[in-house]
Design a protein around this ligand. Structure first.
Ligand code: OFO
Length: 171
């Protein structure tokens, strides 16, 4: 049985993952409207991944005898300043998510809930990958600057990357 404090923290995380999914979906849609096909494919995939992160938590909470709460999500932005702005916001958001996951891991240790502690390790590794990817993308965008040819190549690279991203629901 899940302790109340752990359940509350996991339900907050469900909300955060759901809001990540909506946020990246808004970014994907905006990118698509300005012709950045590869970037939008990558962000649609990222949004799906976040939904999967949310679902994994929902199932875990319910399997442990708790009750997962499906949250109400506030409306994400409809436009963004630039491509660089998108990935800056994405990295900032991921850093918040990492803090939140680290807080849950701390709480698990305080409450001696080693099952949830083990379960959360998957999210710890996932955050490491997501932060690294967002930083790499931002570095590339800084290098490209205002170069239109570079931007075209960047968008094509993200299309290729999006095609290789597999959401492994068996993990
Ligand atoms: Fe769920 O990893 Fe990003 O937010």
């Amino acid at each position: 049985m899940l302790k109340e404090k752990i359940q509350t923290a996991l339900n907050k995380q469900i909300e955060l993952e759901a809001s990540s999914s909506q946020f990246y979906l808004a970014m994907a849609s905006w990118s698509e409207t300005i012709g950045l096909t590869g970037t939008s494919m990558f962000l649609y995939k990222h949004s799906d991944e976040e939904r999967f992160h949310m679902l994994k938590l929902v199932k875990f909470v319910n399997e442990r005898g708790g009750q997962a709460l499906i949250p109400h999500i506030s409306k994400p932005p409809t436009t963004f300043e630039s491509l660089e702005n998108i990935f800056k916001l994405l990295l900032e958001h991921e850093l918040n998510v990492t803090d939140s996951i680290n807080n849950i891991v701390d709480l698990c240790l305080q409450e001696k809930d080693y099952t949830t502690y083990n379960f959360m390790q998957w999210y710890v590794s996932e955050q490491l990958e997501e932060e690294a990817l967002a930083r790499t993308i931002l570095d590339k965008l800084k290098l490209i600057g205002a170069d239109k040819g570079g931007l075209y190549m960047f968008d094509r690279d993200l299309e290729i990357l999006a095609k290789t991203l597999i959401i492994d629901s068996s993990k």
